[in-house]
Design a binder for this molecule. Structure first.
Ligand code: ADE
Length: 424
């Protein structure tokens, strides 16, 4: 089936965005040069559900240069950039537009699967779950999949544990070259950018509450402090809570933190983190934003229930989004603000992670897909970590593109370490 996007006339604008990203994705460019020569993906169809923006388009072009056919939709109904989607139709089958209804979102996932992919590339696992639940007839065709994000890996590991996973999946999220940079610095920067973009307010001097101190929460807290905010962290994991304290943040229960908060940011992967009692305790004009994969962390049904009125506010006028802030007025006149409808604020109110960060994540994707093409048939129905060689290859290529050389162990040093291993 042909591509379905919002407006093909946006192609040239989308091309410019992709061109800009390509200028700064040097690691993927190295991989692309090799892929062009070796065509490791020749004859394969790859079905993808990734946030459809410029850096994703650079990954798609790399896979196509490697010989694959690609069908793609977004992994979130609100994250597609329509100009990029239009431009990408030159390279792939594209089924995506900004502001899809939930039904349209699933129709588009199904359209990707109608292309009968052998490899699936997912962010959040909606595509893979759909394949297992409603498109079982396609499962035997699948060599394997990759998963980009923490939430998706958790879902897939549950499927593996219940013996329901029908093919091997590589957890790209869990590679060092992914989470140390993408989850931490990528989310840290892009979440703050999304909030600044949506509000035109400053972080300096504000009290910012970060819910969750995983890799994403760590990055958000770090960058918020760097912008001059007083940062409070909330956690349920005692080890992470101690880590946040040692990193210099105040740690307390959300109920206490929310009374002081100017901005609350969730990054937990769990639902109903901010709920009725927190909305009731929050200060007038408190801002709520979510950086987790699903729009369940700031619990909108409670906000809707408490509000006597609701309106879209702060007209933005961006081609891909007119309104990024909703104002909820409570019975006592208190106003609370929700950004990006509680969806991923960095992609809905921003443009996703910085280009150099996605260069690393998508290089891992490209090499993991190549690995599946070669080895997938020999793998079990399990969630695999990215092979160490691939993780290190991405690091080596990054250093190469930066022109940085590092030392190597001498033979004597290697021997010294080996002697430890045998316990002498
Ligand atoms: N751009 C494309 N995919 C992304 C992701 N998972 N997070 C942030 N930015 C992205």
């Amino acid at each position: 089936m042909e591509s379905i996007v919002r407006d093909l006339s946006l192609r040239d604008k989308g091309e410019l965005k992709i061109e800009w990203a390509e200028n700064f994705m040097h690691v993927l460019a190295e991989i692309r040069r090799r892929f062009e020569k070796e065509k490791p993906l020749r004859g394969l169809t790859i079905g993808m559900a990734l946030h459809l923006e410029a850096k994703t388009a650079v990954l798609v072009k790399t896979l196509v240069k490697g010989g694959a056919k690609v069908a793609i939709t977004s992994c979130n109904p609100e994250s597609t950039q329509d100009d990029v989607a239009a431009a990408l139709t030159r390279w792939a089958k594209v089924y995506a537009w900004r502001g899809e209804s939930v039904e349209e979102y699933y129709e588009n996932l199904n359209r990707v699967l109608d292309n009968e992919p052998q490899i699936v590339v997912d962010d959040g696992a909606d595509l893979i779950v759909l394949l297992h639940k409603e498109r079982k007839e396609l499962l035997e065709n699948i060599i394997g999949g990759t998963e980009e994000t923490t939430t998706g890996v958790i879902r897939l590991k549950n499927m593996e544990r219940e013996k329901k996973l029908a093919f091997p999946v590589i957890a790209v999220n869990n590679a060092y070259m992914k989470y140390l940079f993408d989850n931490r610095y990528g989310t840290g920067e892009s979440t703050i950018f999304g909030i600044l973009n949506a509000t035109n307010l400053t972080f300096a001097g504000k009290t910012v509450v970060v819910c969750g101190y995983g890799w994403c929460g760590r990055g958000i807290a770090l960058r918020a402090r760097g912008m001059g905010a007083r940062v409070i962290v909330t956690e349920v994991n005692p080890i992470r809570a101690v880590e946040a304290i040692m990193d210099g943040f105040e740690v307390m229960k959300l109920m206490d933190a929310v009374r002081r908060a100017d901005i609350v940011i969730t990054a937990t992967g769990v639902k109903k983190v901010v709920r009725k009692e927190h909305f009731l305790a929050a200060k007038d004009k408190c801002i709520f934003a979510n950086a987790g994969h699903f729009d369940v962390e700031v619990w909108k049904p409670d906000l809707e229930e408490l509000a006597v009125s609701k309106k879209k506010t702060r007209y933005f006028g961006l081609p891909w989004n007119d309104y990024l802030v909703e104002e909820y007025t409570l019975k006592n006149g208190k106003k609370l603000y929700l950004l990006a409808k509680g969806r991923l604020v960095n992609l809905v109110a921003g443009q996703g992670h910085a280009t150099e960060i996605m260069d690393l994540s998508f290089s891992l994707q490209a090499l993991s897909i190549e690995y599946l093409a070669k080895e997938g048939k020999n793998l079990d129905r399990k969630v695999y970590i990215v092979p160490k060689e691939i993780d290190e290859e991405v690091a080596r290529l990054k250093l190469k593109t930066l022109g940085v050389e590092i030392d190597e162990l001498t033979e004597e040093q290697k021997e010294y370490l080996r002697s430890f291993e045998i316990g002498t």
